[in-house]
Design a protein around this ligand. Sequence first.
Ligand code: NDP
Length: 461
Amino acid sequence: MTSFDTRFFVIGGGSGGVRAARIAAGLGASVTIAENFRYGGTCVIRGCVPKKLLVYASHFSQDFADAAGFGWTVAPATFSWPKLIAAKDAEIARLSAMYEKNLRASGVTVLQGAARVLDAHTVEVNGQHYRAEHILVATGGQPFLPAIAGIEHAISSNELFELPQLPRRVLIVGGGYIAVEFAGILNGLGSEVTLSYRAEQILRGFDDDLRVHLHDEMVKKGVRILLHSEVTQIERLSDGALQVGLRDAPNNGVRQEVFDTVLYATGRVPSTQGLGLLEAGVALDQSGGVRVDDFGHSNVPSIHAVGDVTNRIALTPVAIREGAALANSLFGPKPTAADLTTVPSAVFSQPPIGTVGLSEAQALATYGQIDIYRANFRAMRQTLAGGDERTLIKLVVDSASQRVLGAHMVGADAAEIIQGIAIALRMGATKADFDATVALHPTSAEEFVTLKEKTTRTRGD
Ligand code: NDP
């Protein structure tokens, strides 16, 4: 122990790394952390937090429109993207500073600079070598952009947060979380948005009813969605606009369309390049993610990893759990693995999605017979607002045990509602438990406890 400069060296000041560092320090370990960009990581600097602020901003256009139905006369609203970005930047700077301050307050030594693993116990930062008993890799991930002709003209969500002006015509490529969230943001702020997705329906992996419902609602709000769509190339025209080759089906011809911005949201890959992990003997998967066990240990006993860099569930609260579990395992009384049995998630699309547990297809693949309950309705706000947005609520239940396996929602406040439902699912609630819960009226959430109409599905039918 005396030959080490620090017991725990954390590489990466994002959600997972910061949590692990602070818990380890709290358990009495000497901790050093290095970050090469800004403390707070993807979530705080260019992910969840700024994205949610932009979602709030974009929703005002709908709110102003709805206000008339409630008796308000709203003067024509104008929007300033530079003002929004400046306000967002100020908030992100505040949060980032708070992350650093909290680390220091916990007794962690905070470094600024790119770290490189030299061997199982040595990290280099800014030319200085640190000997550490344990090293944690928590470097997160970065956008993946496929290698098509002209891809250098496209941006990722990283750059979108910094654009000087709101683009007028935007093409978004991809059909996952980031693509649908930014489609809603930019559409709400007034851009003309086209979303190009390569397969049959957006949000692969989510419950099929949610996918179709969100698709239809996005189209109603003015987002143009191209399915089975492929971008063949991007070219910059002399006026600065981008000409994009688009193909709607494999055998169709390519047509050209012009946009001001092309945003690629085609997934993220672990950030392990240049870290020296392979040279230190750490096993990586085919995307460069660090292979770890349930506790976050790699194949090298002193090197560990948590969060997006492990290429598992890329969600902030998961990274935080993994970071805490790892620090407790290394410096606490007994090894603990993060319990990730019920991970709710939200897509901050417009309308938003909240989901927890199994989709209908996943449940059917695992359980012999399932009961499906659905409600599809116009929420009360829409009556006076005059809107046609519909809300979808769905429960997936195991027919045999009556346990609720999945709860899903597309509609206002879905994320807020599903967080509570996730507790019930984790506790093993049955459909009878949902039914026995008194409704909270008038809400959309009350539909979760008043669902009556059942469809039973049997595997193989
Ligand atoms: P996702 O994995 O969610 O979606 C990637 C999308 O890009 C998919 O539709 C995929 O299609 C498509 N795609 C992948 N490769 C190509 C390609 N070569 N050409 C065309 N399309 C392609 O990634 P995101 O970038 O949206 O987000 C990354 C991760 O970050 C998410 O998975 C999530 O874990 C996290 N995140 C979470 C958020 C939240 O909690 N609200 C918000 C934002 C991000 P296909 O489906 O056919 O594979």
